[in-house]
Ligand binder design. Structure first.
Ligand SMILES: [Zn+2]
Length: 359
């Protein structure tokens, strides 16, 4: 019997399904509890609707404001007005009208009208936007269905940089309305769903998030189309959601920020990505401190906000990026990036104050 054989016989030979494997770290390191952020925060990416936002629209607004007060959130962008005209109006009525200083409601184009409006869809969408700005819209939300699913009246997929949409971007620019755009998902969502995919568990939980190419455009094609959108519309201010949809490659995001002064990013739903590359992320955020805004993109919840604060402010090591679903986005832990105060204040609030429509 050699040493290996001896080891094997001593081991429990039961096979463990990796989906049931949740090891508890035995590291004894600092655990910083941050109840309140160092500076007041504007959450520039959140949802208060049914699909994405924990259904706050149907709960007492005072409860949401209590959560915001406890988490140090001075105001919040509610993107969910983009889900349709009646939803937009409901959010204006139930949220904006009741607490105008605490919320901004965004809207979005109704692509189902493409059938009717044909090649004039852009002009139609621009006019609609103008009307909704007069009603109280303070931003435009563009979602990943544009580029992946939206089709024109001929049945052709509409690309992000489609010139027929230019009137819409011009209208946003005319009213200094920011456009928050989520044009692509994590890179692994475009890869084959096999044992090498780092988002295997997440994609099995949400098969509708898998965009294999073909039939869908590749991640690179979406990113290139986004670059031409920025190029074509230098007067429109775009906020790239989720670290510009490319948190896996901060050098490309930085290059894009350098090239396009009309471009900002939010950090929503991406501390898992940023926190697993803490040295690069810290440098990136310090270098680009004037172009980054805070966002959660999770149903408003104190413990989720505190995870973000811990990531941004502390020097803690190897901790969970969410207190809710462990490994929601991948099997790894994160590290705090202890940003300097001036950087923190810009990301938490000052940049958003500069680019959002004033309340
Ligand atoms: Zn979102």
């Amino acid at each position: 019997m050699n040493n290996n054989d001896e080891l094997k016989t001593n081991m429990n030979t039961e096979i463990l399904d990796i989906r049931n494997y949740y090891p508890i770290s035995k590291l004894e390191t600092t655990k910083t509890v941050i109840n309140k952020p160092k500076f007041p925060v504007i959450d520039a990416h959140n949802h208060l609707g049914i699909t994405f936002g924990g259904n706050w629209i149907h709960k007492p607004l005072e409860d949401l404001i209590t959560v915001m007060d406890q988490a140090g959130i001075v105001s919040m962008v509610d993107l969910d007005g983009f889900e349709g005209e009646s939803v937009f109006e409901e959010h204006l009525k139930k949220i904006k009208e009741k607490a105008p200083d605490r919320f901004r409601i965004y809207t979005g184009p109704d692509y189902s009208k493409w059938e009717e409006e044909k090649d004039n869809f852009g002009e139609y969408a621009a006019k609609k936007l103008q009307q909704q700005i007069r009603q109280g819209a303070q931003g435009l939300k563009i979602w990943k269905n544009l580029g992946a699913h939206v089709r024109d009246h001929r049945g052709a997929r509409v690309r992000l940089c489609d010139p027929r949409l230019d009137p819409l971007w011009h209208m946003a620019a005319e009213y200094h309305l920011p456009v928050t755009i989520h044009f692509a998902d994590p890179v692994a969502f475009y890869d084959p769903l096999d044992e090498k995919n780092e988002r295997w568990e997440e994609l099995h939980a949400h098969p509708e998030w898998h965009f294999p190419s073909p039939p869908f455009p590749s991640f690179q094609q979406l990113y290139d189309d986004f670059l031409s959108l920025l190029q074509r519309n230098p007067d429109t201010l775009f906020i790239g959601a989720h670290v510009g949809c490319y948190a896996e490659n901060l050098s490309v995001v930085e290059k894009t920020l350098r090239e396009f002064p009309n471009y900002y990013i939010d950090i929503s739903e991406r501390i898992a990505e940023l926190g697993r590359q803490p040295y690069t992320a810290r440098e990136f955020m310090i270098k680009n401190a004037d172009r980054i805004v805070f966002g959660l993109d999770r149903p408003a919840n104190i413990s989720e906000y505190r995870c973000y604060y811990r990531f941004l402010e502390s020097k803690d090591e190897y901790f969970d990026y969410s207190e809710e679903e462990i490994y929601r986005q991948g099997r790894w832990k994160i590290y705090g990036i202890f940003l300097p105060d001036d950087v923190l204040e810009k990301i938490y609030r000052k940049n958003a104050e500069k680019i959002l429509v004033p309340n």
